[in-house]
Ligand binder design. Sequence first.
Ligand SMILES: NC(=O)c1ccc[n+]([C@@H]2O[C@H](COP(=O)([O-])OP(=O)(O)OC[C@H]3O[C@@H](n4cnc5c(N)ncnc54)[C@H](O)[C@@H]3O)[C@@H](O)[C@H]2O)c1
Length: 99
Amino acid sequence: MSAVDILEMVAMLGMAILALISSIFYGLYSLLYSMVPKKFRVKDIKGQVVLVTGGGSGIGRLLCLKLARKGARVVTWDVNKAGECCLFLIPFNTETHFY
Ligand SMILES: NC(=O)c1ccc[n+]([C@@H]2O[C@H](COP(=O)([O-])OP(=O)(O)OC[C@H]3O[C@@H](n4cnc5c(N)ncnc54)[C@H](O)[C@@H]3O)[C@@H](O)[C@H]2O)c1
């Protein structure tokens, strides 16, 4: 067995030990985190101003909807359909500005 082979084996063993330690650490972390009550884990965004660019479709639109449902003050704009792109937000009881 050459010195290079021994070095490779040591490196692989080191990586395996690191992976094991990481998985134990993150396993314990998520276990402890799941025990913390949700109200301390989730930020309350009710009344907060949130800016979403490209709110006319796709991810931006979905994000606007989610934030509006949570009571945020949504500010959004989109290059397409200016002025009407975000009319879907009107039914929500939230302050909404279109650009
Ligand atoms: N959909 C996915 O799975 C995915 C995954 C990773 C990254 N992304 C990225 O996330 C972004 C949004 O993705 P999507 O699927 O929601 O796209 P989409 O095309 O459905 O929506 C993008 C919206 O942004 C608007 N827009 C584009 N340029 C703009 C500008 N300069 N100012 C204002 N509005 C603008 C468009 O008019 C459109 O309404 C893209 O950059 C995309 O590459 C998407």
